[in-house]
Design a protein around this ligand. Structure first.
Ligand code: FAD
Length: 475
């Protein structure tokens, strides 16, 4: 009876899991393994909110595996040595996994594949995370796309071929000695700040399916019109589930196609605007694969000499931005939503990022690192692309001179002020539009205890534009 190991990482699901599917098709016994080795992801080890999610996701996966007659074998230790030990103890002939695209994971997985093959073990990797492999889509000259629109146009022409693999039903495991208990991974916070996260999320495959179906029933057709309004549940909120691979983009596409009653996701379809956002996710992952230096360095090297503000000068401002005490209501609402729920609406992510990188002129890495620790959906590809796009330093980015006015953005996307009031209860009684700029009424600030703004929006905007002019003059 041949045995295989399935090395699960961020593909924490049984359905449309090609590595698991391939292992089950070729071997009588399969050992599902999760190896905890966060130091191998340095310098981007999972942050606190991600670790919380991971704990619950592993627990959910173990439960699903038990329903199939197996369980999740958790081990802590270096990946290669752990795999080698497991291969010996269960007599495995093969190891299967689904690919990751972050630079540290790619380098590690290449080494592991080579070492296993050198020892006569079959090492087989698959794609569970993306619609297309990063090397599948290229420009006419054979280089990676740097602009989203042609990238997505090219992706759409191949979309019909995208299909899912069936879910595992029954898994026979080899007998194994006891493994590391999940609690021993120490993923949960000791100071129980995670109550807001628990109230908002159900990590795991069934939580992802429940959200997907609710979104398809209630919001997908209105997505284009509603997606920019943070007070409304107009988006799918699937980002963390996608990051941990509790659901894959192919499954989402299949469910949308079934719902839309057609096989196509052409531009005219009502599901197309949502599928396009999955396209941005895809684009970010392809960019990270082709430009692995971008999590810490500007995609656009012209910005390497940009006059970012001195960190020391703005330490206090950075802290106020992080803690939702900037004195600018839409920004504080977003940062408090992030702190309480581990998630922030995309429109508000863009507003808070613009304030940090343009009005405060702090390097985008300050924001990327804070998001990394606090987002449940923290994802190296999407976070890097989101921050570089917002800062104007990225591929196909918003130009630096496009600086969001938090007041105008509030008036446009939270006109009734519902989102701001939800997260800033101290301003609950303040009517719009004063709610968008409460500093106009000094007595109000005194009465509510809400802080004055940490900067003058107009003056800081002018300074940012001057710094940008200086950069252009240097070019
Ligand atoms: P929906 O609108 O329902 O979109 C569906 C899916 O498409 C999302 O779950 C996500 O996987 C993908 N998606 C949507 N918008 C984008 C986008 N602009 N770029 C890439 N993929 C996208 N997303 C993350 O998943 N992780 C991050 O760490 C992250 N950091 C960001 C940082 C900044 C500064 C900005 C501006 C954006 C960031 N995003 C990040 C992108 C986006 O804000 C989130 O994906 C989205 O808000 C998640 O909510 P949703 O699942 O309801 O999205």
């Amino acid at each position: 009876m041949s045995t295989a190991i399935v090395w699960l990482r961020r593909d924490l699901r049984l359905a449309d899991n090609p590595a698991l599917h391939a292992a089950l098709a070729a071997h009588a016994r399969v050992l599902p393994v999760y190896i905890h080795a966060p130091e191998e992801e340095a310098p981007w080890q999972p942050g606190a909110a991600s670790r919380w999610w991971l704990h619950h996701s592993l627990s959910a996966l173990d439960e699903s595996l038990r329903a199939c007659g197996a369980r999740l074998h958790i081990v802590r230790g270096p990946s290669l040595q752990t795999l080698q030990r497991l291969i010996e103890s269960c007599g495995a002939a093969a190891v299967y996994w689904n690919r990751l695209y972050e630079p540290a994971a790619l380098a590690r997985d290449r080494d592991i594949k080579q070492s296993l093959r050198a020892r006569g073990i079959t090492a087989h990797s698959c794609n569970a995370a993306l619609l297309f492999e990063p090397w599948q889509l290229a420009t006419g000259e054979g280089s990676p796309y740097r602009v989203f629109t042609p990238f997505w146009r090219s992706a759409l022409t191949s979309m019909d071929a995208v299909a899912c693999t069936p879910a595992a039903q029954r898994i026979d495991m080899p007998p194994m000695p006891t493994c590391t208990p999940l609690a021993a991974l120490d993923l949960l916070p000791r100071l129980r700040w995670d109550r807001g996260l628990a109230a908002h999320w159900q990590p795991g495959e069934s939580g992802a399916q429940a959200l997907l179906h609710a979104f398809i029933e209630q919001a997908v057709h209105g997505y284009k019109a509603q997606r920019d309004y943070p007070a409304v549940t107009g988006t799918s909120r699937l980002s963390a589930h996608l990051h941990f691979g509790e659901i894959g983009p192919r499954q989402i596409l299949a469910a949308l196609r079934e719902h839309a009653g057609n096989d196509r996701v052409g531009a005219a379809s009502s599901i197309a605007p949502y599928v396009r956002e999955l396209g941005w996710r895809e684009f970010s992952h392809h960019l990270l694969y082709h430009f692995p230096h971008t999590p810490t360095r500007n995609f656009n090297p012209r910005f390497d000499v940009f006059a970012w503000a001195d960190d020391g000068v703005h330490a206090e401002a950075l802290a106020r931005w992080q803690q939702g005490r900037s004195g600018i209501p839409i920004v504080d609402a977003g940062m408090r939503e992030l702190w309480h729920t581990g998630w922030m609406h995309n429109r508000v992510r863009m507003i808070v990022a613009s304030l940090l990188t343009k009005n405060l002129r702090l390097h985008w890495l300050h924001g990327a690192r804070w998001f990394w620790d606090t987002l449940v959906d923290a994802d190296l590809a999407n976070n890097t692309q989101g921050w570089q796009w917002s800062a104007g330093t990225g591929a196909d980015a918003a130009p630096y001179f496009r600086i969001f006015s938090p007041v105008a953005q509030s008036a446009k996307f939270d006109a009734a002020g519902d989102y701001i009031r939800r997260w800033l209860p101290e301003l609950a009684a303040v009517p719009a539009p004063l709610l968008f700029q409460p500093w106009r009424d000094a007595a109000l600030l005194q009465r509510t205890g809400y802080p004055p703004p940490l900067l003058d929006l107009a003056a800081s905007r002018a300074q940012a534009l001057a710094a940008y002019q200086q950069l252009r003059a240097q070019a």
